[in-house]
Design a protein around this ligand. Structure first.
Ligand code: AGP
Length: 608
């Protein structure tokens, strides 16, 4: 999604803004631009395509100045071209960058055109620039103009504004889209996320919804949605700066796949004592809430939704607690029946996914409490939830979610254990599961050692156009996740199915050109699954099986088998995810796609 960077400093800021944009590239975008106040004028440069195209342009037409804004645009209204790229200006006076969607831009645009404003782009953002200009022309200060403009806008947005008559001022506003303030020494910054600003500061102030901030070199003034001056606390970024470098890896995705053994340990760190999960890790109110939980409703999107689907098996099989799971974009728009004692669990890597946030806000008054399982401290979801469990996976840059998913699974199992104590889970059972979790770093390292055979397997996919992924039980969501990974980074059409559904439709697709990937651990569903594999073989389908090592499945004509180390049933969804991640990664590399920033996708989906 769109990325914003802004700066007001004593030093020139063009390089800082450009580096900030590079660090926001992972969010997904299709054009980039920058505007700086140079003396009494605003100079702007925009380019369609990558930030590198903007960097090339800046090397021949440098922008100078101490106050500026920059942007990566992910097209929503209007084509991804230079004309629609941000910043947008009203005349030569002021420039605006925007993340989000202005839902009522059309009637505002009609009014502004009637008043003589000329629009140069197809974007919703341009109305913001002209509304600001109109307010300033009527005698308002920049602060009043921003307040006045924001009060007329419906939708979700984060804004950065500069005006040529106020060369030392940068104004920021947020409602529904993320925006942080970076606090430097005699300089301030704004950005869509902290990663953009790590080269210049590790101290951040998180704006609340409805806040407007006025930043100069020496101070930041924040007003809340009612216009009252407020103080927002400053927190220090906890992960090292190296967390956002690729290091020795060719892609962030590969680095993040390989980080998973350490991430498994990080999710557990500080959460386990004497073989038991510490419920205080979920927040001060955790005991009171968990004592009253009668059912769980999980809401999430994409990969996070798949993690929720796995958790349903755990909550219902392990502790007998009803658990419903739904994608947030559906949940938020239907009349849901919320039963008494419902704990709403939102799952999100970014904590800023618009649909997930909206779902939380919609049912807040009807639920017992909300728990957010999230990877980004200070994100909207974390701040707006009653309880939270951070997944501590460190920044995830690759658009394809990998370590965030497996860390969510571990966090969900921890949640299941603390709630499970109230629902018949014995202390011994809990200790055994905790031991299994503590063995995950070793186990997942052994899985990563299988990279070479998985890479060899990937070659069979490079020329294919479709693939099926099969699994049963808690491995069915893993099949869905495997298919999502393959389609998003290699652009091969892939679908996940519960293996038992094969003969109810998808079997019609199976022939020699349809590779069928199956996750087949050595559990009580194996015999059923083998029967499904026979159905595929009989139709000439080519099988690629990830199997438990102690079983009878072996490679033969038409079936490649990679055996995985043995693990307990509860660990299977976590363990079997890794080879599927590696498979999709290697297929994408063979196909030469943009692994970390696949086409049309964004990392943080802050608009619905
Ligand atoms: C996964 O690989 C995706 N890119 C996507 O499905 C993602 O999981 C989804 O957009 C939800 O994001 P969140 O976890 O940040 O809420």
């Amino acid at each position: 999604m769109c990325g914003i960077v802004g700066a007001v400093a004593a030093r020139p800021v063009a390089e800082i803004l450009l580096e900030g944009l590079r660090r926001l590239e992972y969010r997904g975008y299709d054009s980039a631009g920058m505007a700086l106040i140079d003396g009494k004028d605003i100079h702007r440069l925009r380019r369609a395509g990558k930030v590198s195209a903007l960097a090339d342009a800046l090397s021949t037409e440098p922008l100078r100045g101490h106050t500026g804004i920059a942007h990566t645009r992910w097209a929503t209204h209007g084509k991804p071209n230079e004309v629609n790229a941000h910043p947008h200006m009203s005349g030569e006076q002021l420039a605006v960058v925007h993340n989000g969607i202005i839902e009522n831009y059309e009637p505002i645009k009609v009014q502004l055109i009637e008043q003589g404003y000329v629009f140069t782009s197809e974007t919703d953002t341009e109305v913001v620039a002209h509304l600001l200009d109109q307010a300033i022309q009527s005698g308002m200060s920049l602060k009043q103009a921003v307040q006045n403009t924001v009060s007329q806008l419906e939708g979700a947005f984060a804004l950065g504004v500069i005006h040529k008559d106020f060369p030392d001022l940068l104004v920021a506003a947020r409602k529904g889209s993320p925006l942080v303030i970076g606090v430097g020494m005699g300089e301030y910054f704004i950005a869509s996320d902290q990663l953009a600003l790590l080269p210049v500061t590790d101290r951040f102030m998180f704006l609340e919804d409805g806040d407007i901030a006025l930043l100069t070199q020496d101070q930041v003034e924040v007003m809340d949605k009612s216009g009252q001056d407020v103080q927002r606390s400053i927190s220090v970024y906890e992960h090292g700066i190296s967390a956002v470098d690729k290091g020795e890896f060719k892609h962030f995705m590969l680095k993040e796949i390989y980080e998973q053994p350490d991430v498994m340990a990080q999710v557990l760190e500080g959460r386990i004592a004497s073989g038991h999960v510490l419920e205080q890790a979920f927040g001060v109110d955790a005991k009171r809430v968990f004592d009253q939980v009668k059912q769980v409703q999980i809401v999430a999107c994409g990969t996070s939704y798949h993690a929720g689907m796995v958790a349903k098996y755990w909550f219902e099989e392990l502790i007998g607690l009803p658990c419903m799971v739904e994608v947030a974009s559906e949940f938020r728009y239907r009349s849901v029946v919320i039963r008494e004692g419902t704990l709403l669990i939102t799952l999100s890597q970014s904590g800023e996914t618009a649909d997930t946030l909206a779902a939380l806000r919609d049912v807040k008054s009807q639920i017992l409490a909300s728990l957010s399982i999230c990877n980004v401290p200070g994100s909207s979801l974390v701040r707006e939830s009653d309880l939270c469990l951070m997944t501590n996976a460190g920044p995830e840059i690759g658009v394809a979610s990998t370590k965030a998913f497996t860390s969510q699974l571990v966090a969900l199992l921890l949640t299941c254990l603390v709630i499970g104590r109230r629902h018949g889970l014995s202390s011994e059972q809990e200790k055994q599961i905790v031991t299994d979790l503590q063995n995950l770093p070793t186990l997942t390292r052994a899985i990563l050692d299988l990279d070479e055979p998985v890479k060899a397997m990937a070659e069979a996919f490079a020329e294919k156009h479709h693939a099926l992924f099969l699994g049963r039980g808690a491995l069915y969501p893993i099949a869905l996740e495997g298919a999502l990974k393959l389609k998003e980074i290699s652009y091969i059409h892939a679908e996940g199915y519960p293996a038992g559904e094969l003969k109810h439709g998808p079997l019609a697709l199976v022939d020699k050109d349809m590779p069928v990937v199956t996750v087949a651990p050595n559990n009580e569903m194996l015999d059923k699954l083998k029967a499904n594999l026979q159905e595929v073989r009989a139709r000439g389908g080519e099988l690629f099986v990830f199997a438990g090592c102690e079983q009878t499945l072996k490679s033969e004509e038409g079936m490649q088998v990679i055996a995985l180390p043995a693990c307990s049933k509860l660990m299977e969804p976590i363990v079997y995810t890794l080879p599927l991640q590696l498979l999709s990664y290697h297929v994408a590399v063979l196909k030469g796609t943009d692994v970390d920033q696949p086409r049309n996708l964004a990392k943080s989906v802050t608009v619905e």
